[in-house]
Design a protein around this ligand. Structure first.
Ligand SMILES: C[C@H](O)[C@@H](O)[C@@H](O)C(=O)CO
Ligand SMILES: [Mn+2]
Length: 594
């Protein structure tokens, strides 16, 4: 089963070959070259990009080259029928700007103008971008650095990089549209991120908001509105594969063995029910629950848990951790996106990371900055290497994917992979590295099990967060960096001071020596909320491109300037203070769907 694009087909990339419309010589001489450019881009993108269900990304090429408005309209009609979610215009020559451009303001578009001399593709690029800017329909310009000969049909490396960056972010925009966020419960412990903001989902992401009360879980459990066969399968798998860890609670606070067994069973049922709530389940219709069988078309959800639920029932950690992982009793599969504490803003950030990379995400509290001095004072140890400027402790009960153990590998290095590259052996390793520890009953009176693991060091990762400001709207922040290993004794000492039953990641951001990235402390000090989402890889540049498409300004990042790729209009808001220019551009264009 796929939990991915739920209703409607996967968005395709529309390729628009534009051409000089002059017949009797000019157009005829360019037809083949222009169409070949379109074919090369389509082939390149399909070969290099996949949707999060593992299928190759599909491209649709306009039936003819586009020499004027009639052919532009024909391409538009074709694209609408084919669920095109983003477009790339390609040309080796001069064409007529406003007559050939893509006028759809709600769909990301880019223009690749061939850098040649025989015909002026770059002149068209500049002209059509000026038209885009003048009309308020921002477009991304792609202009290769080195001149190519007209008979050279290759896509240069710098153009490839921009095509991929644009396509990944554009597909993310398109994948989000028309899906929903399912809020399970309400506001958790006064966390502002769980005050679901409909305007943000609707205007910026094109999504709708769905809500259930947590009593829906009780109803479905008590009335057995779930697939009992799946429960049996899941229970067997959990008993076989999930290692129960030690109980940290004092003797009088421990739950009995019978209670723990009940908690585990309830946790498994909560997991199955959350999937059903999000994406529906045809089995429920067979059981007589047609309405429940439909689900909520939810690409992401959040579980309030604390406190009304967890004061009485087992916590949501097992459900969140398993669903966010790339595997469960049904095998290796795409992760679901489930935020703990119903932090919808972190769910959005997780969706960005997941859709850009197709990998599982780690949801975490940005818990503590440990300076080298504080570590020395507490442990007697002087940190060095990557940790020499201190570390940030990422830790939260709940929603960290088990992929975050770092037990998948590539060339002997820890990685987090898209599900189709994960092996059965790696799944075993992730499970073996995780202990399911009886929940701390001072926090979670209703018991449950927390996933406990330590992320392997040496993974390039990016932490990010969408924050919401009254009067401004959403703002994105991100930090690229690495997971690090601390000496075992140091880890234990630091971890035991806090909640040792939860998953820990020691994170160090890449420093630039400047602004928010002056030092590790300043990164932590500038974080805008209690949570972040951690994604495998250095994906800051992809996040910046995506944010610009959605008109979400970025207040803090450590991506080098040459990798920043935003619509050409952004340059017109200033080229020196590009952070300020981003804010001005986003404010001018407003949210994508407003
Ligand atoms: C158990 C605690 O309530 C934690 O869940 C809490 O510290 C948080 O995670 C806050 O984001
Ligand atoms: Mn938290």
């Amino acid at each position: 089963m796929s939990n991915k694009r739920l209703i409607g087909s996967m968005p395709k990339i529309g390729i628009r070959p534009t051409i000089d419309g002059r017949r009797k010589g000019v157009r005829e001489s360019l037809e083949e070259k222009t169409m070949n450019m379109a074919k090369a881009v389509a082939q390149f993108l399909s070969e290099n990009l996949r949707y999060n269900n593992g299928d190759s990304v599909e491209c649709v090429i306009a039936d003819t080259c586009i020499g004027g408005v009639k052919e532009a309209a024909e391409a538009k009609e074709k694209f609408e029928k084919e669920s095109v979610g983003l477009t790339i215009t390609v040309t080796p020559c001069w064409c007529y700007g406003s007559e050939t451009m893509d006028m759809n303001p709600r769909r990301p578009n880019a223009v690749w103008g061939f850098n040649g001399t025989e015909r002026p593709g770059a002149v068209y690029l500049a002209a059509v971008l000026a038209a885009h800017n003048q009309k308020g329909i921002p477009a991304f310009g792609i202009y290769g650095r080195d001149v190519q000969d007209i008979e050279d049909h290759s896509i240069p490396a710098d153009v490839q990089e921009k095509l991929l960056r644009f396509a990944k972010a554009g597909l993310t925009v398109a994948m989000l549209k028309d899906t929903s966020y399912l809020s399970m419960g309400s506001v958790s412990m006064g966390i502002a991120g769980s005050m679901v903001n409909e305007e943000l989902f609707q205007d910026y992401l094109g999504m709708r908001n769905e809500y259930i009360d947590m009593s829906e879980f009780t109803r479905r459990i008590e009335e057995k509105i779930y697939d009992e066969q799946e429960f049996e399968k899941a229970y067997k798998w959990v008993k076989e594969k999930c290692v129960i860890g030690s109980d940290i609670n004092s003797a009088e606070n421990q739950r009995t063995e019978e209670q723990k067994e009940e908690d585990l069973q309830m946790n498994i049922k909560m997991t199955i029910i959350t999937k059903d709530l999000m994406e529906g389940n045809p089995r429920l219709a067979e059981l007589g629950y047609e309405e429940e069988a439909m689900g909520r078309n939810a690409i992401a959800s959040g579980f309030q848990g604390q406190r009304q639920w967890t004061d009485h029932f087992p916590n949501g950690d097992f459900m969140e951790a398993i669903l966010n992982s790339s595997f469960d009793w049904n095998g290796i599969r795409a992760p679901y996106i489930v935020a703990t504490e119903n932090d919808a803003l972190n769910a959005i950030t997780m969706l960005f990371g997941h859709l850009l990379t197709n990998t599982a995400q780690v949801f975490a509290d940005v818990r503590t900055y440990w300076s080298p001095d504080a570590i020395k004072r507490v442990t007697g140890y002087e940190v060095n290497g990557q940790a020499e400027n201190g570390v940030i402790h990422l830790l939260n009960s709940g929603a960290a994917a088990l992929d975050g153990t770092g037990e998948q590998s590539l060339d002997g290095k820890p990685v987090m992979k898209p599900f189709w590259d994960i092996t059965a052996e790696e799944v075993e390793k992730c499970l073996n590295a995780t202990k399911w520890r009886p929940a701390n009953t001072e926090y979670f009176r209703g018991g449950g099990f927390s996933s406990n693991f330590l992320t392997k060091g040496g993974m390039p990762v990016t932490i990010a967060r969408v924050n919401l400001l009254k009067g401004l709207g959403p703002v994105l922040q991100l930090a690229e960096g690495y997971t690090v290993d601390l000496p075992e004794k140091v880890h234990e000492k630091l971890n035991d001071r806090t909640d040792p039953t939860w998953p820990t990641t020691w994170f160090v951001p890449n420093l630039t020596g400047d602004g928010a990235f002056r030092d590790v402390y300043t990164v932590m000090n500038n974080w805008g909320a209690n949570h972040c989402a951690m994604s495998y890889g250095h994906i800051g540049a992809d996040l910046l491109t995506l944010a610009a498409m959605l008109r979400i300004p970025v207040n803090m990042h450590n991506v080098s300037e040459e990798n920043i790729f935003r619509p050409s209009a952004w340059n017109m808001f200033g080229t020196k203070d590009i952070e300020g220019a981003d804010y001005r551009a986003c404010a001018t264009y407003g949210p994508l769907y407003s």
